[in-house]
Design a protein around this ligand. Structure first.
Ligand SMILES: Cc1ncc(COP(=O)(O)O)c(C=O)c1O
Length: 394
């Protein structure tokens, strides 16, 4: 386990109880204490003097936080807005993209369930249709992903929606190549990127998408309820927030497209304002060092588990394909895959061993998804492997 310059273990920066083995940063990523405290600091300011905070302080603090986040993801501050999470960002895109009867929205079949539902319902309301590109469960080349998606594109495709890192299969998607092919056909792309922020060096200036939506409360370890939406300038007309309010600056500064998203009714913006503290925390550790360390641990988990259960990893064993999170198919068993979030194996791992790790169902396969962050180490993986062995014997 790494330690800080003052000799404390990295794990002690978090408030995760000692008895918990937390291997699910990919679903809900807790923040280190410095980030929690920064959020509290902003919240105390709000509570102390709401008028002063909302009218005189908020907008400058908002802009400063947005600029730091923009720089971190390779965007310009004028290209992004804060939203509570990736889901909100995706809903904004779904409400704003013009769709006519007969139009199509193209998704990969590895997309997150809620994202599929957002587009299924939006398309149904507008007489449009969701079309799914088909990706193998265990792809072998990035070309398979690009082609599997693009071969379903048609003259009626109005938007492509694709993850940067998929949720069930934890694989890194070649979004830049997909955007390049889509551009040749004049199709805008919306990238669903909550797992990519911090896990990968995201450079929005290079990716070339129309929209990019992400949560900062996953791998970046920003407070829960912080995310952003990037919108290329050609796609801002008609863009509206999920919740409509004044649509202007309360401090009276000149208007800009982001004002619609700044004030969406009275709310607690402390999570957004603490995002720079999360970026600082990661920078202090070193983003590349973070990626190397967490990938090495995910790789260790993959080797240990594949060896035990005799199955294979889904994707080739390379950081090009998976980063800090790894999905491993479980051998077929009598356990009926369950929808919902509480697979029986997941529940036993938690109730009997204090291990939080999700067991997902994807294409009738049960998949164990192991997330590795800085507070994890090999002992966590050893505990998981031992618990899996014991549970397999019962
Ligand atoms: C690929 C993907 N997209 C979107 C989301 C939704 O993120 P949030 O709940 O932070 O909005 C998730 C959540 O796990 C996800 O994995």
């Amino acid at each position: 386990m790494d330690s800080t310059p003052s000799g404390q273990s990295i794990r002690s920066q978090w408030t995760i109880p000692d008895e918990v083995t937390y291997l699910n940063h990919g679903s809900f990523g807790p923040s280190p204490q410095v980030v929690q405290e920064e959020r509290q600091r902003w919240y105390r300011k709000l509570e102390a003097q709401p008028m002063d905070f909302y009218l005189r302080e908020l907008e400058d603090a908002w802009d400063a936080a947005l600029s730091e986040l923009a720089a971190f993801v390779g965007a310009r501050p004028q290209d992004i807005v804060f939203v509570e999470n990736a889901t909100t960002g995706m809903n904004i895109v779904a409400q704003s993209v013009p769709l006519e009867p007969g139009d199509e929205v193209l998704l990969s079949d590895h997309e997150y369930g809620a994202v599929k539902r957002i587009w299924e319902t939006t398309c149904a309301e507008k007489g449009a249709k969701v079309v799914y590109g088909c990706w193998p469960l265990a792809p072998r080349s990035p070309r398979e992903l690009v082609d599997g998606l693009m071969e379903r594109a048609s003259r009626r495709t109005r938007l492509i929606v694709v993850s940067h890192v998929t949720s069930p299969t934890a694989m890194v998607v070649p979004v830049e190549a997909i955007c390049a092919e889509a551009r040749q056909r004049d199709i805008p792309v919306c990238v669903d990127g909550p797992h990519a922020i911090a896990m990968l060096p995201v450079d929005l200036g290079r990716i070339g998408c129309a929209f990019y939506t992400a949560s900062c409360h996953k791998w970046l370890c920003a407070p829960f309820g912080s995310g952003f939406l990037y919108v290329d300038e050609s796609y801002r007309d008609g863009l509206r927030p999920a919740v409509r309010s004044w649509g202007l600056s309360l401090s009276g500064r000149p208007s800009r497209w982001q004002d619609e998203f700044l004030w969406v009714g009275t709310r607690d913006p402390s999570a957004f304002l603490a995002v720079p503290a999360a970026i600082r925390f990661l920078r202090q550790y070193g983003p590349e060092r973070f990626r190397e360390r967490t990938h090495a641990l995910a790789r260790f988990a993959r080797q240990q588990i594949v060896e035990r259960i005799g199955d294979h990893g889904l994707v080739p064993d390379s950081p090009e394909w998976y980063a800090s999170m790894v999905s491993l198919p479980l051998p077929p068993s009598d356990i009926t895959p369950r929808s919902g979030l509480r697979d029986p194996l997941q529940e036993s791992l938690w109730s009997e061993y204090g291990i939080e790790v999700p067991v997902l169902t994807f294409r009738d396969r049960r998949i164990l998804r192991v997330s590795c962050h800085l507070y994890n180490d090999r002992q966590d993986i050893d505990r998981l492997v031992t618990a899996l062995d014991r549970l397999a014997d019962t």
